[in-house]
Design a protein around this ligand. Structure first.
Ligand code: ADE
Length: 253
């Protein structure tokens, strides 16, 4: 049976996932808690990714090596970079780039040395499935969040985007930095701190990978506003509903 790994970036998201797994058992490896169980009839291992590229890469490697995960999905939040990518929207990665990788002049900027590439692709089929699940959840956003949360965070007609996600070991919280990222990588829709590293690990192991991120801020001078509350009240509900919808659909396929 396939084993699906679910990496959550935030405690609140993981808690939401665990509340949906009736039989989870905790196993500790490398100082991390891995939760092994079932969800919607699938074998699932859920874990907190930890923050930053190296920590997330270690977590991903353990999932693949020790838990035999053969499909890996990452959920979390990200800062919006693309025009029209607003707080409360969802971005599903088509590809991921480490924006802080720079071994120039030995290698072109952003290229990961010895891989001959800067960009790691998400699995196309998984990305389509997750985008469909996200569309379904956002179409019913009021159902998942409640009208008062929608109003409070001013989430009007949230949208699903697909495209490039950037990762780096920085929380981007100035307009100057997000402007520089847009200049360097104009296609980028969103920025976070783990996805491209996990995509690289999955590439190494030949395991399909996908990432879904809810936009929590615009990676600018206002990026700190109500971050924790947004994760608790919006992003965790979205992640739970999107992954749940995806698993339900997958069981039918
Ligand atoms: N995750 C959520 N918002 C982010 C930001 N602005 N920069 C990096 N990671 C993030």
């Amino acid at each position: 049976m396939a084993v699906i790994g679910i990496m959550s970036a935030m405690h609140e998201e993981l808690a939401a996932v665990l509340s949906a797994m009736p039989d989870e058992q905790r196993l500790q490896v490398a100082g991390r808690d891995f939760w092994v169980g079932h969800w919607q009839g699938h074998s699932v291992v859920a874990v907190l990714s930890r923050i930053g590229k190296v920590a997330a890469a270690t977590t991903a490697t353990v999932l693949l090596e020790r838990f035999g995960v053969d499909t890996l999905v990452f959920t979390g939040v990200a800062g919006g970079l693309g025009s029209g990518v607003r707080v409360g929207d969802v971005v599903v990665a088509d590809g991921l780039v480490q924006h802080d990788m720079d071994a120039s002049p030995l290698f072109p900027r952003h290229e990961v040395p010895l891989y001959g590439r800067a960009r790691f692709e998400a699995d196309a089929k998984l990305a389509v499935q997750l985008a469909q699940a996200s569309e379904q959840v956002l179409a019913d956003a009021a159902l998942h969040l409640g009208p008062s949360t929608l109003a409070e965070f001013q989430l009007n007609t949230p949208r699903v985007h697909r495209g490039l996600i950037l990762s780096g070991d920085r929380f981007v919280s100035t307009s100057a930095e997000s402007h520089a990222l847009r200049q360097a990588l104009p296609e980028a829709l969103a920025v976070e701190m783990e996805g491209a590293a996990v995509a690289q690990v999955c590439h190494d192991y030949g395991v399909p990978f996908a990432a879904v991120r809810t936009i929590s801020d615009r990676a600018d001078d206002t990026a700190h506003t109500d971050f924790q509350r947004f994760i608790r009240e919006v992003a965790s509900s979205y992640s739970l509903a999107i992954v749940s919808q995806w698993l339900r659909q997958r069981a039918l396929d």
